[in-house]
Design a protein around this ligand. Structure first.
Ligand code: DMJ
Length: 642
């Protein structure tokens, strides 16, 4: 015998006479009110209606505020495993200023609801959620405020004001238009944040169970792989955990950093990869937490990487043995990759600022100075290789925004922003490069006219676009937000659409590594994927750009796109025992062919950008206070020299 359930008791019927009486008396009251209303004069009725209307208008904000408060406070004891509550971030710490104590205050967002239902992946543009009203209102804002405008080579650049006339998330958040639907969109936001947290915790479980302290999880074989042997995933994920408010996990990882992480190891590391992931990750975690453990570790790895700059040209070698203090190029060449030597600047500049030791900044500034002066560019576009002996570009003739050149462009803009928009040369090189992209690399596909960024190979245009290029919409939008021409934002939006199409046109809804666009009239589809390019490594670039586009436009379609992508990662790359895996074939939903590797940037970047995309809080890593390095580690924008 099972004990009586709740259902057994509730099945007793209470309807009948009583219920009928209640209904009758309600009906009677309604009729009597109506009679009285009809007896009033027309003037009396109009006055009452006007009074009711005024009461309604006055009480609306109070009621919605009350409802929002209720929603924030309610907790479903069965559903909330972890607080979905990002920490309140301290202000960036200035040199000489003592670190702030660890922030513990948390904001409750909401109780758990079912995941929001967005359109399926074949849903067409324009079919958006109930937040459409606020999107239109934001889009209609006028661009190009006049204050503080400077002119550079014909471009109108406003160094103090966003192209859209606002600071990051400011005004728009509080405008009457965006207040509409705030309640429902914040509920969606809470559910989406929780879904990203779950993805993170699932990844973390795999890493903890099978790869703790190692570089990367191999989720299928329940093992790990080493690249540098420095706990890469753990370090890359530190600030993500902090941002997501995962305190327990963060503390475990911090304990490992304190007791296990040592750089005194006879190991070769790649200068670029260890700078963006390890140095960048430690510096940002120091800024977010104020804990000097991370600054000390950052100084240690930063100083151990410095031998890389001891080359005849001062263009750094690609590899350093951090235990022996000896740097060298790869075995087969004395070349370095252009993107690698020009995408370590944010981190070393910040290290100099924090330590007040100028050698780090001097070394990376010298690289920028030389690259700025070099011949061999095509309208500001750089080749892919540079020689560490001669300091000249080599293997010239290929110009791409993809692999080996991508973050050169990103770091031109971001260094300018980091330094308080004072270093004109960086800005000039960036704006010129974007003009070079427009002139040489931009084309439209057929039949649907998607704007894409191709490549130039020895004078020939190639309609090939790496997924890596999808960082560009976000970078263009960041530039526009910082006063660069409004057409940068237009281009950002067009390219964002293209990057989204690279996902939804695949059978798994996940982008391949590389696509080729069709340009000839009569094409049946816009893009093709070669057999060798069908893999997906859980890369972040598209969701990174979605984050920027959403922050600056508040257009909820970007969130919906990010949500679809997260669903597809869950569907095709999630491994049940823990972790997510790269896959070989985004075109086969029945067998995407898992690769058995979870890259550290999945936790460092992809999930972090998704979390920030879904957060309603524009101050959660404000883009007016922080600049993200190319591994998604936020570093403070320096206070401008007054
Ligand atoms: C990351 O290490 C960085 O984003 C880098 O700039 C490019 N490659 C990966 C992610 O795709």
């Amino acid at each position: 015998m099972h004990p009586p359930s709740r259902q057994d008791y509730i099945s007793i019927s209470v309807s009948g006479q009583g219920g009928g009486r209640y209904n009758n008396s309600k009906q009677w009251r309604r009729q009597s009110c109506w009679r009285k209303w009809k007896q009033l004069s027309r003037l009396q009725r109009s006055l009452i209606l006007v009074l009711l209307f005024i009461c309604g208008v006055v009480s609306y904000p109070l009621v919605t505020e009350h409802l929002r408060g209720l929603s924030d406070g309610v907790q479903d004891p069965n559903s909330v495993l972890r607080p979905v509550s990002p920490h309140v971030l301290p202000e960036p710490i200035q040199p000489g200023q003592p670190p702030l104590p660890e922030q513990t205050s948390q904001r409750k967002l909401s109780n758990k609801r079912g995941p929001p239902v967005f359109g399926n992946r074949h849903q067409k543009k324009g079919n958006t959620s109930d937040t459409v009203v606020e999107n239109k209102a934001v889009d209609s804002k006028k661009e190009g405020e006049e204050e503080g405008v400077i002119s550079w080579r014909g471009a109108v650049i406003d160094t103090g004001q966003a192209t859209d006339g606002t600071r990051d998330g400011e005004n728009k958040e509080n405008s009457p238009a965006t207040q509409k639907g705030t309640l429902s969109s914040s509920i969606k936001s809470a559910s989406m944040l929780e879904a990203v947290q779950e993805a993170f915790l699932h990844s973390w479980k795999g890493y903890k169970d099978f790869a703790w302290g190692h570089d990367e999880l191999r989720p299928l074989s329940k093992s790990y792989s080493e690249w540098f042997g420095l706990g890469l995933t753990l370090i890359d994920a530190l600030d993500t955990m902090w941002i997501m408010g995962l305190k327990t996990e963060f503390e475990e990882a911090k304990a490992w950093v304190a007791t296990e992480l040592t750089f005194n190891k006879n190991v070769d590391v790649n200068l670029f990869e260890s700078t963006i992931r390890i140095l960048g990750g430690l510096l940002s975690t120091y800024h977010l937490t104020g804990d000097t453990l991370f600054l000390d570790k950052a100084k240690d790895i930063g100083s151990r990487l410095m031998p890389a700059f001891n080359t005849p040209s001062k263009i750094p070698y690609s590899d350093v043995n951090i235990g022996k203090g000896i740097a060298h190029p790869p075995r087969w060449t004395s070349d370095s990759t252009v993107a690698e030597v020009t995408s370590i600047q944010l981190e070393f500049r910040e290290l100099s600022r924090l330590t007040q030791e100028p050698q780090y900044q001097a070394a990376v500034a010298e690289v920028m100075k030389q690259v700025h002066k070099l011949d061999g560019k095509l309208d500001g576009l750089v080749p892919m290789f540079i020689n560490t002996n001669s300091g000249q570009f080599t293997h010239q003739g290929i110009y791409t925004l993809g692999a080996r050149a991508d973050s050169y462009y990103e770091y031109l803009l971001k260094q300018w922003i980091q330094g308080g928009k004072t270093e004109d040369q960086l800005l000039e090189d960036y704006v010129q490069a974007i003009e070079g992209v427009k002139k040489n690399l931009l084309q439209k596909s057929s039949p649907n006219g998607l704007t894409f960024v191709g490549e130039i190979s020895h004078g020939q245009f190639s309609p090939k676009m790496d997924h890596l290029v999808c960082f560009l919409p976000g970078t263009l939008a960041l530039g526009a937000h910082n006063g660069l021409p409004a057409d940068h934002m237009d281009l950002a939006k067009e390219l964002m659409e293209t990057c989204y199409q690279m996902y939804i046109q695949m059978e798994t809804g996940l982008s391949p590594e590389i696509v080729h666009f069709n340009m000839h009239q009569g094409s049946i589809r816009d893009l093709d994927v070669k057999l060798a390019d069908r893999h997906n490594l859980l890369r972040p670039e598209t969701v990174e750009s979605l984050f920027y586009l959403f922050r600056f436009t508040r257009d909820h379609k970007y969130r919906e796109w990010g949500w679809e992508i997260l669903q597809n990662f869950n569907k095709y790359t999630k491994v049940s025992s823990g972790g997510y895996t790269s896959i070989n074939n985004v075109r086969d939903p029945d067998y995407p062919s898992p690769r058995d590797k979870m890259e550290s940037f999945f936790l460092g970047e992809t999930l972090k950008y998704l979390y920030l995309l879904f957060s309603d809080d524009p101050d959660l890593i404000s883009l007016d206070q922080y600049v993200f390095n190319t591994e998604a580690h936020p570093l403070p924008i320096w206070p401008s020299a007054a």
